[in-house]
Design a protein around this ligand. Structure first.
Ligand SMILES: [Zn+2]
Length: 320
């Protein structure tokens, strides 16, 4: 390989922030690394996404224990990506009762969880540096739902919602209607480039409009700082929406003109870099995003499975 994945050279430690957003909601963020959301109800706590490894998840638990001793009874997986789910076993050790995901996420874990795990470990050496602490096999939900599920943590209402496809076909958001706090998973990013290798570009903008219709006052994105207040939330939603629309628009135009993937990649990169090139993991995401967009604009309604081998093959073609 002439050039490693962009993220293989990304080894700088990130600064963790753990902040309270509303009466029952906290955000664990790390300068563009995958976030974890925390809900602390009357009788139990919930985490939304678990970090890449149990060693990383242990730091989330340490922070939670600084603010509550309530049991962490619920682990919600916003979607199936390994970098967010393989820390789950740390919460099992804490005595969790349920790992919850959408039926669509379960079907992705069954269909491509193994390949995704191998692929993501190859892509993100920094996040998976404690990969030995991940138990063998995959993280399996113990409870699944379709469309909507409501949990009551005492008097606190917690809604798990599927508001459309976007980052994956199984995307789940967590919504606290009483305090209008939203945990979006990777459907929304803040100062970080959306990864769209498993995405549905045609659906994603409408799904973001559905999130906006909830009128959140606080939003924990998949990556980047928590968004506080209507103006920041609106900017986060719009930034993600514009990126998806700009990338897909450029790729669709190139594909319609009969250009090959390599040409479309170079042209799209040049077109969007001035606007988004400062977002973290831009160079890492773009080859995957353009490849998936090209697939969707041509022959593949559903994302093809990424394997460690396909990652390298794609990189050779685009960075040749
Ligand atoms: Zn993801």
């Amino acid at each position: 390989m002439a050039k490693a994945f962009a993220s293989q050279a990304d080894l700088e430690e990130k600064q963790v922030s753990f902040i309270q957003l509303s009466e029952h909601a906290w955000a664990y963020t790390a300068e563009g690394d995958p976030n974890t959301g925390i809900v602390i109800g009357d009788d139990a706590a919930m985490v939304i996404d678990t970090q890449a490894t149990p060693v990383m998840a242990a730091d989330v638990i340490r922070r939670i224990r600084e603010v509550t001793d309530k049991p962490i009874k619920y682990v919600v997986l916003s979607h199936y990506h390994a970098v967010r789910v393989l820390g789950a076993s740390a919460f099992v050790a804490e005595g969790r009762q349920h790992i919850i995901a959408s039926d669509d996420t379960l079907s992705l874990i069954r269909e491509r969880g193994e390949q995704d795990k191998a692929s993501e470990i190859g892509r993100f050496p920094r996040l998976f540096r404690n990969v030995d602490s991940v138990p063998a096999g995959l993280t399996w939900p113990t409870l699944t739902f379709s469309g909507k599920m409501t949990l009551w943590l005492g008097k606190l209402e917690v809604q798990l919602l599927q508001l459309g496809r976007g980052h994956t076909k199984g995307d789940t958001v967590v919504w606290l209607p009483q305090e209008r706090t939203l945990f979006s998973g990777d459907l929304v990013e803040s100062g970080a480039t959306p990864y769209a290798g498993d995405a549905y570009f045609s659906d994603w903008p409408q799904t973001l409009d559905n999130l906006a219709a909830l009128q959140p006052l606080q939003l924990v994105p998949g990556r980047g700082a928590a968004l506080q207040g209507e103006a920041q939330v609106a900017a986060g939603l719009l930034g993600t929406r514009n990126f998806i629309a700009d990338v897909y628009g450029s790729v669709q135009a190139g594909a319609a003109a009969g250009k090959d993937l390599n040409t479309v990649y170079r042209e799209t990169l040049a077109a969007v870099r001035p606007k988004y090139g400062h977002w973290v993991i831009f160079d890492h995401c773009m080859p995957f995003d353009v490849t998936r967009a090209f697939d969707e604009a041509t022959a593949h309604r559903d994302p093809r499975i990424w394997t460690a081998e396909r990652d390298i093959e794609m990189w050779k073609v685009l960075e040749a």
